[in-house]
Write a protein that binds this ligand. Structure first.
Ligand SMILES: *Cc1c(COP(=O)(O)O)cnc(C)c1O
Length: 467
């Protein structure tokens, strides 16, 4: 082992060898050394772990190969576009909502040019950063006032801090949810300085439970959308109208954290009817919060709608400055909201809604198109079939609901399915797939038409390696 370790060349030796290749002349020496160190450390670890490494592998001329590859990889952007073949439409790990082309043009302008971000073009004086989207949000939802912060977690935190710091907040026990990652209602509540008062049982909460819990320390009645789970069977929840009446009777504000707020009724696409944001506003709750990048289909943001008196207090909260959205969010959100002015076309124009509303026939045609290409290109070394599968909305929205979909199922002849899955993930434009019943599935609901050729060439690269 000691002998092998001694054979590992010195970093400076490798550096000189790398620099002999003029392709590497313009790369900063620091980056080259980083690549060298990482490769050498990898071999050192393998030797220490008792792996059988030949002296030949450790010769400078052989090591140069992996070292140059490592340096090349270090230069690549770590942020990558990927192809989503998972069928999960609002995939938090893959960036949630994809934005429409015209929205992207607004982001391009917002980044590359000066803008009227906080400048009133009529008066020539300082303007409000948020006014553009606030008016639109009120127009679309019927809310009195609106405010946008960084994400919905921030929205919930700032509302609780403003309305209920050092006071009690009454929540149904069945709604104390944890959203993936690290957002838990009880923890956010604790951070806001509000005290959580749980009422009811896990499966059933009644109006009388809320009423019995109200004391002079109560600051807020809170409803939380059980985004990512369902209680089924013998259940009951208090409807907004009843809770609002109770709040009015005791002069207490009522808040609803909708999580994945939606402006259109998705019932007509075969999904369970969920109240729209407009309906929740109309039910009389004083504050509503939801995400910008879940069912709304926009950029990451937390949207707060509510009564003017309450939203004004939230705006004045110093924490608001720390949760301020940037110009990209603002430009993107305004563009997305403008699509909602036309209910006839919004589901075609916003990709998240278009993917949800796409008919299974449309997805089927896309799957057939890819399958046809693949049978020609890789049919010799891989079985290609069309599979009836289910897509998911994702993003913690509608957990139990599936959308009928079609996938292209692959079973390679000379490679395990898990190896294929990994190889696709390591392509220059990674293709993210899923494995079911020992087949690799590409759900065509989340693959765009203009990605079909890329999937084809990616699979060719992986399955028929060239020279
Ligand atoms: C998703 C979700 C959140 C967090 O929203 P982000 O925009 O991810 O910060 C909070 N509450 C509920 C009910 C959610 O579904």
């Amino acid at each position: 082992m000691q002998n092998l370790l001694r054979l590992i060349p010195k970093v400076d030796e490798c550096l000189l060898a790398v620099l002999e290749d003029n392709e590497f002349e313009t790369i900063p020496a620091g980056l080259i050394k980083k690549g060298i160190r990482q490769v050498l450390a990898g071999y050192r670890q393998q030797i220490l772990a008792g792996k059988d490494i030949s002296a030949q592998t450790l010769s400078l001329s052989v090591l140069l190969g992996p070292i140059k590859k490592e340096i090349h990889d270090l230069q690549q952007s770590r942020f990558r576009r990927v192809i989503n073949g998972t069928g999960v439409i609002i995939h938090t790990n893959l960036g949630r909502s994809v934005l429409p082309e015209s929205t992207m043009q607004m982001l391009h302008l917002a980044g590359g040019r000066y803008s009227n971000l906080e400048y009133n073009l009529t008066t020539g004086k300082r303007g409000s950063r948020y006014s553009l989207v606030e008016d639109l949000l009120c127009e679309l939802t019927g809310a009195e006032s609106a405010l946008v912060v960084n994400n919905n977690a921030a929205a919930v935190l700032i509302v609780l801090e403003t309305l209920a710091k050092d006071r009690e907040v009454i929540v149904s026990r069945g709604q104390l949810v944890e959203i993936g990652g690290s957002f838990r209602i009880p923890d956010v509540m604790a951070r806001s300085g509000a005290r959580l008062i749980e009422v009811g049982a896990t499966n059933r909460t009644h109006l009388k439970d809320y009423r019995a819990a109200i004391t002079e320390d109560t600051g807020l009645l809170l409803k939380v959308h059980c985004s990512n789970y369902r209680i089924i069977g013998f259940t009951s929840e208090v409807c907004n109208e009843e809770l609002v009446q109770l709040g009015r009777d005791h002069k207490l504000p009522v808040m609803e954290d909708l999580g994945s707020g939606c402006f259109v009724d998705l019932g007509r696409f075969g999904l369970e009817k969920e109240p729209t944001v407009q309906e929740v506003v109309a039910s009389g709750v004083d504050v509503v919060t939801f995400s910008g990048d879940k069912l709304l289909g926009g950029p990451q943001a937390g949207i707060i709608l509510g009564r003017t008196e309450i939203v004004d207090r939230i705006k004045k909260n110093p924490i608001n400055r720390a949760m301020r959205i940037d110009k990209f969010t603002l430009a993107g959100l305004e563009s997305i909201l403008r699509f909602y002015r036309d209910p006839q076309t919004v589901c075609d124009n916003i990709p998240t809604l278009a993917m949800i509303s796409a008919s299974v026939e449309l997805v089927d045609r896309r799957a057939k198109r890819l399958a046809r290409r693949l049978r020609k290109s890789i049919g010799g070394c891989c079985t290609v079939t069309i599979a009836d599968i289910m897509s998911r909305v994702g993003g913690g929205a509608m957990p139990e609901q599936n959308l009928s979909s079609r996938g292209v199922a692959l079973q390679p002849a000379d490679m395990s399915v898990s190896h294929l899955e990994k190889a696709l993930r390591n392509l220059e434009v990674p293709i993210i797939s899923r494995i079911e019943d020992d087949r690799l599935l590409l759900d065509m609901r989340t693959v765009a038409d203009d990605e079909i050729a890329m999937v084809d060439s990616g699979l060719q690269q992986v399955l028929s390696p060239g020279p």
